[in-house]
Design a protein around this ligand. Structure first.
Ligand code: SF4
Length: 578
């Protein structure tokens, strides 16, 4: 059974009125990998009557009125991806395709979708139940943030959407508590994991520089961002407040981390692993091909790559599911009519962070001034891949499963740092879990660019490549590594890209065909560097390529020569000192 999306489905359940209506920019895909399905199922499981409206028509009342008005609240998300990232390439061109939209055509998700949907609700339902924002777009735009697409500091999305509450991070627990508070008509403003608007700052909360100040002064914006970033751990974070206009944004501390049992319970809910038929009739979604039979082992990431938003959204602490829950989910998949014996991914934000975590972090919170993996793996992190290796082994023994792939990105430096089980894990991975190619993300070769990115030295990539090739050769497997590489990250010059080109040809023996141009995603250190042109940790001025032609040139410097591509003057290439 799906969560209802039509009035006929609501009536067939014998419901007269819904408690909560969730509105999303994606199609309704009923999978534990899709936030709206998770939130909907968690609320449904707690006894609330929930409906979903997916990518509503924003030019008419037809979609937004079809389920009536909710008793408790509207929940809005732009979808699985920030709508501006989903709609535009890093060079500002409109994307033609969208993996979460029926038929794959990028025509349903409006720009700044959360704001547009809030306005849509108010246009056709006035007055109405409270509007609650959630999902990654809201989470990353909850305080003043640099918005690459308008090239300015925007205020909190809560103000621009004129919504009542914003749930940030992974919101299951907060949204359940919010629904209960609204149902009882008690004050929800004390709940963890949410932001709201107040007429005055909250006592004992940390006051961030105001929106006006950070909009005018890049140094104030840098100070604000450090304070925001360091107050993101549930065990240590203070509440924050920031003056936006005459009013204040109040951010309560993050929701407490889920226990293993909490996480297991989320994945035990009866997802159909299908697109709802109402939307499937408009066309299939490509995203299902990759997520339908994928297993998520954990949440969170302590990699803290500075172009990535996961540490801000999911946190720096990794929380894993139990082996029993993962094995049970895999067995359930084998009974699915579409299952052909292949699990497309066993992973999470990073594939090999399952099964170990720093005891200090779990007890006292992540170190505010230190990174767990940069510049090298912290000695306090008890890296051990054995639990993951055993899980892979047990999954392979389930009848009906022919192959389990690891498609999520790997951290080679973690494998190399694992003196106990790293080699055993890599043997198992290479022999059984690679679908022809394995993706790793060195991103660059140049030490000073890697340092700005918060990535490890390229030596880890070279050592990993040697081991991968050796094991593949011994196993008689014709498989290879593919590499995520990035152009135009702050600090990266054309000369750095030419050295990267040299590195890929001489050390990796490839001519890469895919290079990603850096996108300054809101609330990341990468976006901060892009905006200020300064390293936020040492204050050093940075070259930042902001011109689209320059960005394109950086990318093309590494790509193979193409008959129709303009060739660039050859320069002497030398390794630059770190
Ligand atoms: S002690 Fe090391 S591994 Fe633990 S939180 Fe601090 S930096 Fe991370």
């Amino acid at each position: 059974m799906f969560i209802p999306t039509t009035s006929r489905e609501v009536a067939s359940l014998g419901w007269r009125r819904l408690d909560i209506i969730l509105v999303t920019g994606d199609s309704y895909i009923d999978s534990p990998h899709i936030g709206i399905a998770v939130i909907g199922r968690v609320l449904l499981n707690a006894g609330y009557r929930v409906g979903i409206i997916a990518h509503p028509d924003v030019h008419s009342a037809d979609d937004i009125r079809r389920l009536g008005e909710p008793r408790l609240f509207w929940g809005i998300t732009a979808g699985s991806v920030d709508s501006m990232v989903a709609n535009y390439t890093p060079l500002g061109k409109r994307r033609r395709s969208d993996d979460y939209t029926p038929g794959g055509q990028n025509e349903r998700r409006p720009d700044r979708a959360a704001i547009v949907y809030a306005n849509l609700i108010r246009r056709y339902w006035r007055p109405t139940a409270p509007i609650v924002l959630g999902g990654i777009e809201a989470s990353l735009r909850r305080i003043s943030h640099y918005d690459f697409w308008s090239n300015r500091i925007r205020r909190s999305i809560l103000f621009d959407a004129r919504a009542d509450v914003l749930v940030y991070g992974m919101g299951e627990q907060t949204v359940l508590e919010l629904a209960a508070a609204m149902d009882r008509q008690t004050d929800f403003r004390t709940l963890r994991g949410l932001c709201y608007i107040a007429s005055r700052p909250k006592e004992n909360y940390l006051r961030l520089p105001s929106h006006t100040e950070v909009s005018r002064d890049p140094q104030a914006f840098t100070r604000m961002f450090h304070q925001f970033y360091r107050n993101n751990d549930p065990l240590t974070a203070r509440g924050l407040c920031q003056q936006q206009d005459t009013r204040w944004l109040v951010q309560n501390p993050p929701a407490l981390a889920p226990t293993t049992a909490d996480l297991d319970a989320v994945y035990e809910l009866p997802y159909t692993l299908e697109q709802h038929p109402f939307y499937e009739a408009q066309g299939p979604v490509r995203a299902l091909d990759t997520i339908r039979f994928a297993l998520a082992t954990h949440r969170g990431c302590y990699g803290e790559c500075r172009f990535c938003a996961i540490a801000v959204h999911q946190g720096r602490t990794v929380y894993g599911r139990s082996e029993a829950s993962l094995l049970h989910e895999a067995r359930r998949m084998t009974a699915h009519p579409r299952f052909k014996g292949i699990i497309s991914d066993l992973g999470g934000p990073t594939a090999n962070m399952y099964g170990f975590e720093c005891a200090r972090k779990l007890e006292k919170g992540a170190c505010p001034q230190k990174h767990c993996l940069y510049p090298r793996v912290c000695p306090h992190l008890p890296v051990n891949h054995d639990r993951l290796r055993r899980l892979m082994h047990d999954l392979r023994r389930i009848p009906g499963i022919r192959k389990i792939f690891v498609a999520s990105g790997l951290r080679p430096d973690l494998i190399l740092a694992d003196r106990t089980a790293g080699t055993r894990y890599l043997e198992a991975l290479v022999r059984h879990h690679v679908s022809g190619q394995l993706k790793i993300a060195p991103e660059h070769s140049e030490p000073h660019v890697l340092a700005r990115m918060g990535k490890p030295s390229i030596d880890a990539c070279i050592a990993f490549r040697q081991q991968f090739n050796r094991i593949s050769r011994q196993a008689g497997l014709n498989q290879f590594l593919s590499y995520y590489l990035m152009a135009a990250f702050p600090g990266c010059t054309m000369g750095d890209m030419q050295r990267l080109r040299h590195f890929t040809r001489t050390h990796l023996k490839i001519a890469p065909e895919q290079i990603q141009i850096f996108t300054p995603t809101p609330s990341t250190y990468g976006a901060l560097m892009y905006y200020t042109g300064q390293d936020p940790f040492d204050g050093e001025p940075l070259f930042v390529e902001k011109d689209n032609r320059g960005k394109k040139r950086q990318k093309e410097a590494v790509l193979p020569a193409h008959p129709h591509r303009r060739s660039y003057p050859k320069r002497r290439v030398s390794r630059k000192k770190a």
